[in-house]
Design a protein around this ligand. Structure first.
Ligand code: MRU
Length: 353
């Protein structure tokens, strides 16, 4: 709890054998609170309430959460065990709809569970698979950060939206991973972070993570971004993604689409950085991505304080879709894809490495 020394690495998600330790991201940056969860229902709630958030981190947390839930099932009968495990997986599926990483993790764990015939073996294999998912995300985010950093010119001012840093990935970060790597390689980088209404992931988390790294950062409100672009004060934009479809359309935090259109209008490169675990080739286009609709209270209140009159209607879509034609390049751990994404993405994902 309390302020952390700059440069001290924080583990947003940690498996402690019989518990899942997470940093409560809703309390940052004011308070660094670690939660030790030993009930899978608390992990589902933590995902729903954004205590753990960001597409890759949600996928990692869900995998550990299912492994945790498997330990809670009180039976040695494998058929009964499997049917209770299926219900646990369903609870995680219902947590949040947009980030595909969640569903990818569930699918992987479901396949692993099907391989074994005893409860003990399944429990053990689920933990191993969750650890493998976590390790893969760590490696993928580090690789894509290094690849993406090569695209960044020294002296650039980069605008980013929401939070796509280590907190969001349980690894090196995606958009912020690229920025941090470029900074570490000695490039002079300035960042403009949008506050990201309604839940202020940019103001609370991105600004905090960048300052920890010693990267010069300016915080703006979401509605200022067009002004800064038009003034020539943004050299490129990098954001993360929650789901990328076969044609290269990308869902990300609400407001991303607006940024992408404004970037095109102002001739500014617009990059999306994401591990291939965020790519969903089963969907043809962004029109098929389920968009999470959250509680209107997140709009009518800020930090628990009501700012809008009682009785007003509030809409709260948590994500939007940026059509592929606005995306200059997709930065993944397997390479950088450019139009036509329908070919390049497919090649990246299916290529044997
Ligand atoms: O609602 P959130 O905070 O989970 O939304 C997160 C984002 O939109 C991130 O930009 C995205 O998950 C990419 S994180 C590497």
């Amino acid at each position: 709890m309390g302020d952390m020394e700059p440069g001290i690495a924080m583990k947003p998600i940690e498996w402690l054998d019989n518990k899942l330790k997470i940093v409560d991201q809703t309390r940052l940056p004011e308070h660094i609170i670690y939660l030790e969860l030993d009930d899978h229902r608390d992990v589902v709630l933590a995902i729903r309430e954004l205590k753990i958030r960001g597409a890759p981190a949600i996928g990692v947390a869900a995998a550990y959460g299912i492994a945790l839930g498997a330990r809670q099932i009180d039976t040695d009968d494998v058929n009964r065990f499997k049917s209770e495990l299926e219900q646990i997986m369903q609870d995680f599926s219902d947590a949040r709809p947009t980030a595909v990483n969640l569903f990818r993790s569930i699918e992987r764990l479901r396949k692993v569970a099907a391989l074994y015939k005893t409860v003990d073996k399944i429990r053990e294999a689920l933990v191993d698979e969750a650890i493998a998912i976590h390790t893969e995300e760590e490696m993928a985010t580090q690789q894509l950060s290094e690849l993406g950093a090569q695209l960044i010119k020294s002296g650039s001012t980069i605008l980013t939206h929401c939070n796509a840093g280590p907190l969001a990935t349980a690894g090196s970060g995606t958009a912020l991973g690229v920025i941090i790597e470029a900074h570490k390689s000695g490039k002079s980088i300035d960042v403009i972070a949008t506050e990201t209404r309604p839940l202020l992931q940019g103001a609370r988390l991105t600004a905090w993570e960048l300052l920890q790294e010693g990267i010069p950062t300016t915080l703006i409100t979401d509605s200022m971004s067009g002004y800064f672009m038009r003034q020539g004060r943004v050299d490129c934009i990098i954001v993360g993604a929650d789901r990328i479809t076969a044609n290269g359309d990308a869902a990300n935090k609400i407001g991303t689409y607006t940024l992408a259109v404004l970037a095109k209008e102002n001739g500014i490169p617009f990059f999306i950085a994401a591990p291939t675990s965020t790519v969903d080739l089963s969907l043809k286009s962004g029109a098929e991505i389920p968009i999470e609709e959250r509680d209107g209270d997140e709009i009518t209140c800020i930090a628990g304080i009501r700012i809008a009159p009682q009785g007003v209607r509030a809409a709260n879509p948590a994500f939007d879709v940026t059509p592929h034609q606005y995306i200059t390049a997709l930065i993944t751990e397997k390479g950088v894809a450019r139009e036509p994404y329908i070919d390049t993405l497919n090649k990246l994902i299916t290529e044997v490495t």
